[in-house]
Design a protein around this ligand. Structure first.
Ligand code: SF4
Length: 279
């Protein structure tokens, strides 16, 4: 395990994933984002990324009101899948690979059948906004750490898709998964991510954000899409997000990262080797 903490460039800004990791477990955050420990990429992660690439292509075409057919999207999926398998040097047995490919193609098809004609306002929208204290109006500052230049602390996120429904904007996020999560679970497990997206969008646009929508693409025998829409109240409180930001900055400053054991713990966690009191 590396002794010295190497601050990665990304610590100049926070992101929904970084905040969510810190809230889940500060040691996992430290392992992943300060020590740069990476969990090996699994074939299903590659599958999820390839499905995402196909959906991104669909969104970009539909945003420009261009037609695109299912065969082109399946091709996009397969090319992205192969390129990622090669890049990550993952060994997949041929029968497992064809099973994964068939599962991914089925997900792209089911998505295309349901949302193929939807016209997003933006697809893969990159947003970068300064974090401003909602009470004092002051901009949060980057932590004083080796390798981090002083300056305003930003929040950076990528929105999968953005819809304009006339009476407000809807932020859409895709998740590829092997089983459907209930709406209540989605709202709880993705609460930080949803708050971050709402914050980014409300700072970036004059139009109100009326809802956040998570589309679970579920890999099962009969592939399915489960949609959870979370309405945004006009007076949304960002307090949990800023409490997480402040707690993270305090941990970075003090160097103290507390392990948060729970149902999310597993042997492939990046922080697994750091968190055990028994060594
Ligand atoms: S395995 Fe360890 S580092 Fe990972 S989430 Fe659990 S307590 Fe945190």
């Amino acid at each position: 395990m590396p002794e010295e903490i190497v601050i990665e460039k990304g610590l100049h800004q926070l992101s929904p994933s970084k905040l969510a990791a810190f809230v889940t477990c500060p040691v996992m955050f430290k392992a992943r984002y300060l020590l740069g420990i990476k969990t090996p990429v699994s074939p299903s992660m590659v599958l999820g990324r390839a499905v995402h690439a196909a959906l991104e292509k669909l969104g970009r075409f539909r945003q420009l009101e261009l037609e695109i057919g299912l065969p082109e999207l399946i091709l996009e999926f397969n090319e992205a899948f192969k390129a990622d398998i090669d890049k990550e040097s993952i060994e997949v047995k041929p029968d497992e690979e064809s099973k994964l490919r068939a599962g991914g193609e089925a997900l792209v098809k089911v998505y295309f059948d349901r949302f193929g004609q939807e016209r997003p306002m933006a697809s893969e929208l990159h947003l970068d906004e300064t974090l401003i204290n909602p009470v004092t109006g002051e901009a949060y500052q980057r932590p004083v750490l080796n390798g981090t230049e002083p300056g305003d602390l930003g929040l950076y996120g990528i929105l999968d898709s953005l819809l304009d429904e006339g009476d407000g904007l809807v932020v859409v996020d895709y998740k590829t998964t092997s089983r459907t999560s209930a709406d209540s679970t989605i709202m709880l497990t993705h609460r930080m991510q949803l708050l971050c997206y709402a914050y980014l969008m409300q700072r970036a646009s004059d139009k109100p954000v009326k809802a956040l929508e998570i589309r679970q693409l579920v890999r099962k025998k009969e592939p399915d899409i489960a949609v959870t829409r979370v309405p945004i109240p006009s007076k949304l409180s960002y307090a949990p997000m800023f409490m997480a930001v402040e707690s993270l900055l305090a941990s970075l400053q003090s160097g103290a990262f507390l392990a948060r054991y729970g149902w999310h713990c597993h042997g492939t966690c990046e922080g697994y080797g750091l968190c055990s009191p028994l060594g």
